[in-house]
Design a protein around this ligand. Structure first.
Ligand code: SF4
Length: 386
């Protein structure tokens, strides 16, 4: 039985391979479509897809920073620094253009530098409203979508019809719904697949052709549906909530896997904040995209009510019957720096076991963090290491 549980379908192996080496695995993509890189968060990739281009989310590099130190101060977050490093030092030739989101002061400066570094590439900023409770927010976002749509049409020399957009919405909604189904199974049967496997399978969607990603996820779902009835080893897992923007380096998932922490909920930009929010296919496409933006839960620089930085977490924790919250704090992320004292105070007040993990993309010495995580699990959750 145990041997059987170790067998993974080829589709899952392929997804993990792509998640961990998208530039190597997807080199052929460039022969088929022009590649448009975007950055977190909330660039409406459906618009880029409907324009006949390939949207590709730039998610930084864990490789050493060599070039971007000369362009961004050392106390800017490693997500911004490693994104810039990736395109300037490693993978610039992969992209034909960029649509970059401005969500904080760092990304604002980053966009200016980026544009100057790539004068021969297509370039657009995308300015999502950050205070989404304002009456003007919906209109603003819809206008930004219309502006981006016109800019993409200008770049490709081809009109994007409403029908093109609806097809893209349908394709992306279907992909998200498949990922939601897989998350449900993973939640119910934590021993079926590791945290790392599930979140890597999700991560691959940000890089791949959507249809191909959905096809592979369908195969994984087929396997998971069959296999879940044979997985008997469920004991010893505790339910964890993962909070933050991204989980980097991804070895943090491995650490949680080692102590049998099964992630049952998250608010990551690279997971739930993406997969739980569809676009209405009918109606005005720009307004449908704006409505999706307003429905999303808080993300540190974008929220409707500052109290939601902790009330959303408490609700998620209770709703999923979790036993601990792990907060991935990207060092020098100003927005997270502001949120953390309030979040910690609220978690203390609610008696919720909470562990902050401060990391950088280039953090390679993870032994100390591993020890802290194991100690937390042993002493606070009284589970973990067997
Ligand atoms: S929100 Fe935080 S992590 Fe994201 S780019 Fe801004 S400072 Fe960096």
């Amino acid at each position: 039985m145990i041997e059987k549980q170790k067998i993974r379908p080829d589709a899952l192996k392929k997804l993990l391979e792509i998640a961990n080496d998208p530039y190597g695995c997807l080199a052929d993509l460039r022969k088929k479509k022009r590649i448009i890189g975007s950055t977190l968060a909330d660039v409406p990739e459906e618009l880029i897809h409907a324009a006949g281009l390939h949207p590709f989310l730039i998610l930084g590099t864990n490789d050493p920073i060599r070039h971007s130190t000369a362009m961004l101060p050392d106390n800017s977050c490693s997500l911004a620094r490693s994104n810039l490093e990736l395109v300037v030092g490693y993978q610039g030739a992969f992209f034909d253009g960029f649509v970059l989101s401005q969500v904080c002061d760092t990304t604002q400066h980053l966009c200016d530098i980026w544009k100057r570094k790539f004068p021969d590439h297509y370039f657009e900023n995308f300015l999502a409203p950050r205070q989404v409770a304002r009456p003007s927010a919906r209109d603003w976002y819809a206008q930004e979508c219309r502006r981006l749509r016109a800019a993409l049409e200008n770049y490709t020399g081809r009109k994007i019809s409403d029908e093109d957009l609806r097809q893209s919405f349908g394709l992306y909604n279907e992909n998200r719904s498949l990922l939601r189904r897989l998350y449900d199974i993973k939640r119910d049967v934590p021993a079926l697949m590791t945290n790392r496997e599930f979140f890597d399978a999700v991560k691959a969607t940000f890089f791949m052709d959507k249809q191909e990603h959905s096809r592979l996820i369908q195969e994984v779902l087929h396997w998971a549906d069959q296999e879940k009835h044979h997985v008997t080893e469920q004991d010893g897992y505790f339910k964890a909530i993962m909070v933050g923007i991204v989980v980097e380096p991804p070895h943090l998932y491995d650490m949680l896997d080692e102590v049998k922490g099964g992630i049952v909920g998250d608010n990551l930009c690279t997971a739930s904040r993406y997969i739980y929010h569809d676009v209405e296919v009918e109606g005005d496409p720009a307004e449908a995209l704006a409505d999706r933006h307003l429905r999303k839960p808080y993300f540190t620089p974008i929220n409707e009510d500052v109290r939601r930085i902790y009330t959303d977490l408490v609700s998620l924790y209770r709703e999923r019957k979790a036993e601990a919250i792990f907060y991935v704090h990207i060092k020098y992320c100003e927005s997270q720096d502001y949120d953390l004292p309030d979040i910690k105070a609220q978690m203390r007040a609610e008696g919720i076991p909470f562990l902050e993990l401060e990391t950088e993309y280039q953090t390679t010495h993870l032994a100390q963090m591993k020890t802290r995580l194991q100690a937390f699990c042993e002493s606070v959750i009284r589970k973990g290491l067997s």
